[in-house]
Write a protein that binds this ligand. Structure first.
Ligand SMILES: *[C@@H]1O[C@H](CO)[C@@H](O)[C@H](O)[C@H]1NC(C)=O
Ligand SMILES: *[C@@H]1O[C@H](CO)[C@@H](O)[C@H](O)[C@H]1NC(C)=O
Ligand SMILES: *[C@@H]1O[C@H](CO)[C@@H](O)[C@H](O)[C@H]1NC(C)=O
Ligand SMILES: *[C@@H]1O[C@H](CO)[C@@H](O)[C@H](O)[C@H]1NC(C)=O
Ligand SMILES: *[C@@H]1O[C@H](CO)[C@@H](O)[C@H](O)[C@H]1NC(C)=O
Ligand SMILES: *[C@@H]1O[C@H](CO)[C@@H](O)[C@H](O)[C@H]1NC(C)=O
Ligand SMILES: *[C@@H]1O[C@H](CO)[C@@H](O)[C@H](O)[C@H]1NC(C)=O
Length: 563
């Protein structure tokens, strides 16, 4: 970053100080981020706690609430949280990725300020900096319906958040060292359910309690690093009601595949013999499977959970077809008024003409003996100044090049480019994005700022003729989608949310080593109607960040190394 940038930022201080506030209720939080020691797999390790908790506290909000979270970074490294799946309409400033915000420096605090619109459903937050996700600092985020918006099922007796995910005993600093040295973090050491690993016969306390005859909502999110999981409850079926902010047709399942960074809500009725039951989260598509159990008790129930766990779904190619078929069975409830995919968007996505098709191929490569990941030949590197801020101050050309990556993958074996990967997109375009996975492992992708329609997932390679297989009627709108080995997935969305939005692999290792990009959606009008202006507080944070960078030298900022 040159001194030109620095001067320009100071000059802009006086102009960009408009604070926009809506007259909706506020929820205030103060979070202390600290290190702590935990041993979920029996090995003591350094974790990142929020107000002393692991996992972090749940945020329970209602549509249109303004959420204000003052985050105090007591770590010795920069830190940032993202609100996974929260659309931040017109407000990518609060998205919590290194392309939109400066990280919160050690010993400082930063106040997030965002509004959850009527995207009623289940979300979570987690850290995007370094490999912090491996240390915790994640937690649930609910958006409840405002009373005037009906929900297509009766109020459950209670509402439980279940965070499932793989876990590494190495600690995030060691994992980061491995990645910086160009090595893989390898396979995880176990699975956790709400921060604990449970083994059959060795769980002392129930995680949840149900009263006989009543129905409960379980919001299940995969908060892990890389592993797709299957979730099931002994003796009970699950009625699927919501996926990532969309109300689904209420089909009944014995088990659900939940891929990295996906969430789903199910209703479970306590209609069995009153005793304990195991809830199971087990790895998918992994040679030596891992799993964890937790106990659900019936109030006044008698007897421990039976040791026989419900069987997992098939593995290998049969398991992939099983999983694809399950994805296809998820249908959007077109008559439910609540849980909108996108408050301003269209329900009739099948009738909109595609204005742009972007085909993305993920690659895993070795460059000078070091492991790297790329999308269409570009391995993203975060510049010191967030790309959104460079763009906002008209300094984009100095910091990065738009459209380094094409809409089509380059020829195989092309040289990988290491640079900020920023796509210039046209406001309100209706885009189709194809994720084509030529690798032998499952991938999971997420787009910030939007909910999209994952119209198809199929084995093989994509071609325009495949469009005839798209579900253009009632696929469930969501924000995170899996792509099976040697398969593709197609998503569609209207780029009607102006801002700089991260599209990324949700797998921590791939994300850290370059498998991410930003989509810059600028409204030509540059009006407040289309995009909020940078807040004064954000500007101050930016200046503190840059001054700090000047003093320490930008290379010491603990950001991604470029090679
Ligand atoms: C955060 O830590 C400070 C001391 O550093 C303490 O005064 C404050 O009460 C803590 N806040 C919460 C919510 O724990
Ligand atoms: C969450 O918020 C809703 C709506 O305000 C309320 O009914 C519910 O009791 C809250 N749940 C918890 C666990 O605080
Ligand atoms: C830091 O916390 C203080 C005390 O709560 C608050 O007044 C200030 O606005 C916060 N600073 C930022 C940048 O959020
Ligand atoms: C869809 O939503 C409507 C309206 O809320 C509800 O009456 C209906 O039961 C739901 N259908 C299914 C299959 O979930
Ligand atoms: C979509 O494209 C077709 C053919 O180019 C055209 O006839 C139709 O009017 C377009 N529809 C919309 C909604 O723009
Ligand atoms: C981005 O694309 C728009 C047209 O969609 C064009 O007007 C604009 O100049 C482009 N911006 C850059 C920085 O390439
Ligand atoms: C820009 O603003 C004008 C007037 O408010 C409006 O008519 C036009 O549709 C806007 N353009 C876009 C691309 O939003």
């Amino acid at each position: 970053m040159g001194s030109v940038t620095f001067v320009a930022l100071l000059l802009c201080l006086s102009t960009a100080s408009v604070v926009v506030r809506a007259e909706d209720p506020y929820l205030f939080f103060e979070w202390n981020i600290t290190y702590g020691t935990i041993s979920p797999l029996g090995v003591p390790q350094q974790a990142i706690l929020i107000n002393g908790e692991f996992p972090g506290p749940n945020i329970n909000s209602t549509g249109n609430n303004n959420i204000v979270v003052n985050v105090f970074n007591h770590l010795d490294e920069p830190f940032l949280l993202t609100w996974h799946g929260v659309q931040h309409r017109k407000n990518s400033w609060q998205d919590g990725t290194l392309g939109t915000m400066c990280p919160i420096l050690p010993g400082t605090n930063y106040t997030y300020h965002f509004q959850v619109k009527d995207q009623i459903g289940s979300y979570f937050y987690y850290p995007t900096t370094s490999v912090h996700k491996a240390a915790g600092a994640f937690g649930g985020l609910r958006v409840n319906s405002r009373l005037l918006i009906p929900v297509p099922f009766a109020d459950p007796a209670d509402d439980y958040t279940v965070m499932i995910g793989d876990w590494y005993t190495k600690g995030h600093k060691s994992l980061k060292k491995l990645l910086d040295a160009g090595r893989s973090i390898g396979r995880p050491d176990g699975i956790l359910i709400n921060g604990k690993n449970g083994k059959v016969g060795q769980v002392d306390k129930p995680l949840f309690t149900m009263e006989a005859g009543k129905t409960y909502r379980y919001r299940v999110c995969n908060v892990g690093m890389r592993t797709s999981l299957n979730f099931r409850i002994q003796g009970h079926t699950m009625k699927l009601v919501e996926i990532e902010g969309s109300h689904t047709m209420q089909n009944v399942y014995d088990s659900l595949d939940i891929h990295v960074a996906q969430c789903a809500s199910v209703l479970v009725t306590a209609d069995r013999e009153p005793k304990d039951y195991y809830m199971v989260a087990s790895s998918r598509f992994m040679k030596q499977p891992l799993s964890s159990v937790a106990v659900i008790s019936y109030a006044n129930g008698k007897g421990p959970a039976a040791p026989e766990l419900p069987a997992p779904p098939p593995e290998n190619s049969e398991g992939i077809m099983w999983s694809i078929n399950q994805y296809r069975s998820f249908r959007w409830n077109l008559t439910a008024s609540a849980a909108r995919p996108n408050p301003q968007g269209s329900y009739h996505y099948g009738k909109i003409n595609i204005t742009r098709t972007i085909k993305l191929v993920n690659t895993r490569t070795q460059v000078d003996g070091k492991l790297k990941f790329a999308i269409n030949g570009v391995s993203h590197v975060d510049p010191t100044t967030p790309v959104k801020l460079s763009e906002y101050f008209g300094l984009a050309e100095k910091e990065f090049k738009y459209d380094l990556m094409g809409d089509e993958p380059p020829a195989e074996n092309s040289k990988v480019v290491f640079a900020p990967n920023v796509l210039n997109a046209t406001f309100r375009n209706f885009v189709e994005i194809i994720f084509e996975n030529h690798e032998k492992t499952i991938q999971t992708w997420h787009l910030d700022g939007y909910s999209f329609f994952p119209v198809a997932i199929e084995p093989g390679r994509w071609s325009p003729e495949k469009r005839k297989n798209y579900n253009l009627l009632d696929i469930v709108s969501r924000h995170t989608i899996q792509v099976y080995p040697n398969s593709w997935a197609a998503i569609m969305t209207t780029l009607d949310n102006a801002g700089m939005w991260s599209l990324r692999s949700t797998m921590a290792e791939r994300y850290y080593l370059g498998q991410q990009l930003y989509i810059s959606v600028l409204s030509p009008n540059k009006s407040l109607r289309d995009e909020l202006i940078l807040r004064e507080g954000d500007l101050v944070a930016l200046i503190v960040f840059i001054v700090h960078g000047y003093i320490k030298g930008s290379k010491t900022m603990e950001m991604h190394d470029s090679n």
